[in-house]
Design a binder for this molecule. Structure first.
Ligand SMILES: N[C@@H](CCC(=O)N[C@@H](CS)C(=O)NCC(=O)O)C(=O)O
Length: 217
């Protein structure tokens, strides 16, 4: 069987690529990264391989999976012992609910505060429309950390939920969002996660600032 391939784009800007990549790494899948460079002509051709014309897109043997939530579920079925979703059914349902909420919601936060790992602002005035999204993220994290005891959202080990919210930790850092200590500790831990460090090193190594990507991505 040829090795799996994950098509992603910019490590600095592409929040969905980060989520898909974390999920595959957490599951223990061995895969090659195929980078669709955002500033090159062949990008569209690479993206056309994905029926949605979006990344991430996973090819694992004969199986093609596009859409990040589908990748999370596929990885969970393929590597059931990796703990991508909690073992307890009620916790698993909660985990799926917040992953789904991240996947389908928070549009204002996503457009007003695009992921940009390399950049940090000392202060940043958050667009009024995005503030309820930021507050809702804080509420989700607080509920999880209180219910399951941290340090990850569902307890001792990272789950799909931490992968889904990892780009939000980056956004909060970039746009200087004030957090209470418990939530700040969560974000700091996510940034110290060896997988995140590996991704961030890739983001740092990317060549140029791509102004057109500093929008929802
Ligand atoms: N709902 C999709 C969203 C994927 C998405 O929006 N990906 C962005 C990159 S972060 C993308 O491919 N944008 C189009 C492009 O790069 O041309 C998913 O869950 O995977």
């Amino acid at each position: 069987m040829t090795s799996a391939k994950l098509t992603i784009s910019s490590k600095n800007y592409s929040s969905w690529s980060l989520r898909g990549w974390l999920l595959c790494k957490m599951a223990g899948l061995e895969f090659d990264e195929v980078i669709a460079p955002p500033d090159e002509k062949n990008r569209q051709e690479l993206l056309l391989l994905s029926p949605s014309v979006l990344v991430p897109r996973l090819t694992d043997g004969d199986v093609d999976v596009w859409d990040t939530l589908a990748i999370a579920e596929y990885m969970h079925e393929r590597f059931p012992d990796a703990g991508l979703f909690p073992a307890d059914m009620a916790q698993r349902a909660h985990c799926r609910a917040i992953c789904g909420e991240m996947h389908s919601g928070f549009q204002n936060m996503r457009s007003a505060m695009p992921m940009n790992i390399r950049t940090t602002y000392d202060t940043f005035k958050i667009f009024t429309g995005a503030r309820p999204d930021v507050e809702r993220v804080k509420e989700i994290w607080t509920e999880c950390l209180d219910a399951y005891g941290g340090p990850w959202l569902f307890g001792a080990k990272p789950t799909a939920a931490d992968a889904m919210f990892a780009p939000v930790c980056s956004r909060f850092r970039t746009y200087a969002v004030e957090l209470e200590p418990k939530l700040q500790a969560y974000c700091d831990m996510v940034f110290d996660w060896p997988l995140m460090k590996q991704w961030i090193a890739g983001a740092e190594a990317e060549p140029a600032e791509i102004v057109e990507l500093e929008v929802e991505f």
